[in-house]
Structures are given as C-alpha cells and as structure tokens.
Design a protein around this ligand. Structure first.
Ligand SMILES: Nc1ncnc2c1ncn2[C@@H]1O[C@H](COP(=O)(O)OP(=O)(O)OP(=O)(O)O)[C@@H](O)[C@H]1O
Ligand SMILES: [Mg+2]
Length: 463
C-alpha cells in the first residue's frame, strides 16, 4: 500500500486532506511542523508528500534540500497565492505539482489520480526512451541530439502533471509538436487537444472564441457559443502566439489559470473548467513583457514549466535524420522511393535553416518532386537553401483571406504584412520568402506606414 505524509500546520485542513487521501487507498501520516515531518520521515518513507511551504519552524523547501530524503517521493507543494513564485522554484527543484490554498478538493483528487500513473503510460514512456536511441524519435518528435534529448526528458517529466507548460522557440522549430507530445503522454490523452492561434483571431472575437458567449450578448451572437475552455474540458488547450492576445484578455486568462473559473461573454455566471494549458510564443518572453505585449504576471503564471525548443542550427546532427524522416514520409505517400546523395546531405547540414524544421521539411518535399529519378542531388535542392532562396511556400503557415474583386495592391499589402508578422518582423526572411528584394519590402512598408491595421486580416488554420 502507498504511504502519504501531509505536512501542514493548519490542523483542520490537514485532517480534511488526510481523509480524502485515505479514501484513495493510502496510509496517511500528518505532521504540523518541520520537526514533526523530520520525525515522520525517519520512520517511514512516503510515496507522496503534501508539503506546506509556510510552517511555524521554517519553510517546507528545507526538507527538499535535506539528504535527498524525499528523492523517492512525489512531492506536492501547498502554497498561498502570495508565495506562488516560491512554488514555481520548488517545481524546478523536483516537486511534482502544487496546490493553492484554500485547497480545492477536485484539484487534490486530480493530482492524486495523475500521480498514480497508469502502468500503461509508464511502460509506454520507457519504451519511447528506448526508441530515441534506436530509431531517433520520441513520439512525433524526431532527433537524437543532446539538446533534443534534454527536451524529451523535460516532456516526460511534466506530461503527467497538470502543470502549465510554456514553450518557446523560433518559428518552425516544433513548438506545436512539443505541445501535442505533452498531451499524448498525459492522462488527458483521450480527451480533446485544441489549438488556438491567438495571433490569428481578430481582437474583437477572441474573447468569445476562447471563453464562449451567451445568446444575444453582442450583435450577431444568435446562439450560445461554447468557447475553447469549455470544449477542451478534461483535455489540453494549446494557446499559440499567446503574446498576441489583447492585454484585457490576458487578465481573464490569468484568472482561469489561478482559479479554474471563467465567464462566457455576456454572462455573470462563473464556470469551472479543468483544462491543462500549454502556451507558446516565438518571441522572447522577457522582451514581450518589456514591450508591453505580455503581462508580467501572466508570464509568471505561464512559465511554471518552461520548455525551450532549440533552433535547428543548434542541433545540426539531427538534420540527416530529419531529412530521412520527411523523405520517408513523402515516399510512402507517393509510393515511390528516393534517397539523398551525400552531396545533398552535406549541403543540408551546412545550411543555417532560418525557418527551422518546417523549412527543412519543405525543402525535402520540393527536392522529392523536382528530382529526375530516385536520387536527389545537391543541385536540386540548393536553390531553396541559398542565402536568397527562391520563394518557398510555407505549407502550414497562417494564411490570409482575400475577397474576389479586391485590388492587387490590397492583396499584396495583406500578404506582405501577414508574412512579416509571421516572421516576427524579420525583414530579410520576409523578403526572401515572398521572393522580393529587401529594397522593395522597405518601399512597400514605407507606403503602408500609418495604415498597419490591414495586418489584422490575417487568419490561420488551426491544427
Ligand atoms: N522534431 C521534429 N520532428 C519531426 N517533425 C517536426 C519536428 N519539429 C517540427 N516538425 C515539423 O515541422 C513543422 C513545423 O513545426 P511546428 O508547427 O510545431 O513549429 P512551430 O514552432 O509551432 O512554428 P511557428 O512558430 O511558426 O508556429 C511541422 O510540420 C512539424 O510536424
Ligand atoms: Mg506553431
């Protein structure tokens, strides 16, 4: 039988938690101070420790540091709002999860059920770790470089918890695949995984998209609409480009993250939701805060478990493996085998890949289509890999919507501004992708200055 230790000075809440945990099949001991906790730990090694951070004789953090006494236990911190920052520190030091006071019984139950990892998930995780060495992939993620292996270890660790994950990395580096992998490795995997691109929904619709709305709450709201938070209930919500969310809405997001409660637009009724949040951005989060695009308190709340996806140029040893994987993929779909010549592989390994894995995948697919025969040589793919590449369509990049009859000038403006935004204002990449000179791009931008609202017309497909 599993053993739990509750370290909490408030006797009443310690009793309530003890009762609940006992019904889940644990033997339970309680301690009301660090001293009592040490005494308990010397007698019995718990599988689970619920640890209050503010104890009469010191901080619960002290126990973590002491002689690895908790190294075989799952540690869940209990914290008041004010000390959220401390608990974030604690998570980085090996705690599994945390609870915020006053303790919500449903949250505690959720944590307990997640701690008892199904044997199935555990077995899968260990076989996935073996596959990394053998075949070079961790689920959907390919690569066996040291930086990627570090990412896999982080994902394996965080997936089983309910903790918010914040994924950063350059465009095309694989942030969405990382998010999906966390979901697939969690107990939520049979529930929905919904992705919402905050940068692609017009600012006046985003609140109702995310939180839903009541019938008649605004012109055009003809029926009640369930937002992403309701539809993702029990599952995972991927908030992509979270820095593009309007600041007023960031406040509301913060509230759901802290309390699990939200309201539909046009309603005053609080609703509870059980959604795991994974957020992503290709901006530097600290810079986004400095520029006033991201609320600092939201960054703190999202950044509980940061995962940084390395750019492809920092893991060049993965390039041949990724290229082979994408080639395999398209060969299988098309029913015709192909391979790269050593010179082609050499050229790919030497390229800087500003568009990261997405760019590599596009180059592989184009090479496959353009090659005359089963061998893809360097000269077939190099036009797309030169510093001034031929235009490369980004297959899964956001798209712009145009109306029939719209003027060419307008269409051009939409496309240029949306592409620029996609590349985070990187002018060289934008010009190269659009197949225009940098000078032309600057000229157009000069023409548009003063009328940048057109960029709001971009739309994105959601995975
Ligand atoms: N490690 C990987 N293994 C296999 N495929 C990958 C890997 N990383 C990325 N990809 C593929 O590359 C493409 C881009 O990945 P993804 O959409 O996750 O990038 P992103 O970081 O979210 O980019 P953006 O910031 O532009 O949204 C996808 O087609 C994805 O399947
Ligand atoms: Mg993405």
């Amino acid at each position: 039988m599993s053993h739990a230790l509750i370290v909490e000075d408030d006797r009443e809440s310690a009793e309530i938690m003890a009762a609940l945990i006992a019904t889940e099949g644990f033997t339970v001991a309680t301690a009301h101070s660090l001293r009592e906790a040490r005494a308990q730990l010397s007698m019995n090694q718990p599988d689970l420790v619920l640890l209050d951070l503010m104890l009469p004789d010191g901080s619960g953090m002290e126990l973590i540091g002491e002689n690895n006494v908790l190294s075989n236990s799952e540690v869940v911190f209990i914290t008041g709002h004010a000390s959220l920052e401390t608990s974030i520190q604690a998570l980085r030091h090996g705690a599994t999860d945390y609870l915020i006071k006053p303790i919500n019984i449903n949250q505690l139950k959720g944590i307990l059920s997640r701690l008892m990892r199904p044997a199935e998930l555990q077995a899968e995780l260990s076989s996935m770790r073996e596959t990394v060495a053998e075949r070079g992939n961790f689920g959907l993620l390919w690569g066996r470089s040291t930086p990627m292996q570090r990412v896999y270890e982080q994902l394996a660790k965080v997936a089983v918890t309910s903790v918010t994950v914040f994924v950063t990395g350059e465009s095309g580096s694989g942030k969405e695949v990382v998010a999906k992998t966390v979901h697939d490795l969690s107990r939520r995997r049979k529930q929905p995984f919904l992705a919402v691109n905050c940068g692609a929904i017009s600012p006046n619709l985003i609140e109702s998209e995310i939180f839903g709305h009541e019938k008649g709450s605004f012109t055009g709201a003809e029926r009640t609409h369930q937002g992403f938070f309701e539809r993702a209930h029990g599952g995972t919500l991927f908030l992509d480009e979270v820095t593009e969310m309007p600041l007023e809405l960031q406040v509301k997001l913060l509230r759901v993250l802290e309390t699990g409660m939200f309201m539909r637009v046009g309603s005053t009724q609080d609703r509870e939701t059980d959604v795991r949040i994974i957020a992503a951005t290709n901006r530097d989060p600290a810079q986004a805060v400095a520029q006033g695009k991201l609320r600092e308190d939201l960054l703190y709340r999202l950044n509980v478990f940061p995962v940084q996806v390395p750019p492809l140029r920092d893991r060049t040893e993965d390039i041949p493996l990724l290229a082979a994987h994408f080639l395999d993929d398209i060969s299988r779909k098309e029913g015709r085998a192909a391979s790269f010549t050593p010179a082609a592989l050499q050229a790919m390994s030497a390229h800087r890949w500003p568009g990261n894995v997405r760019e590599l995948r596009n180059v592989v697919q184009r090479g496959y289509v353009m090659a005359n025969g089963p061998e893809i040589d360097a000269d077939v793919i190099s036009p797309w890999m030169s510093p001034n590449p031929m235009p490369v369509m980004l297959d899964d990049a956001p798209s712009v919507t145009l109306r029939i009859g719209q003027s060419m000038a307008e269409a051009e403006r939409f496309l240029i501004l949306a592409t620029l935004r996609h590349f985070d204002n990187h002018k060289e990449r934008t010009a190269a992708t659009l197949g225009i000179s940098l000078k032309t791009l600057y000229n157009r931008l000069k023409d548009y200055s003063g009328d940048l609202s057109a960029s709001d017309n971009s739309e994105s497909s959601m995975a």
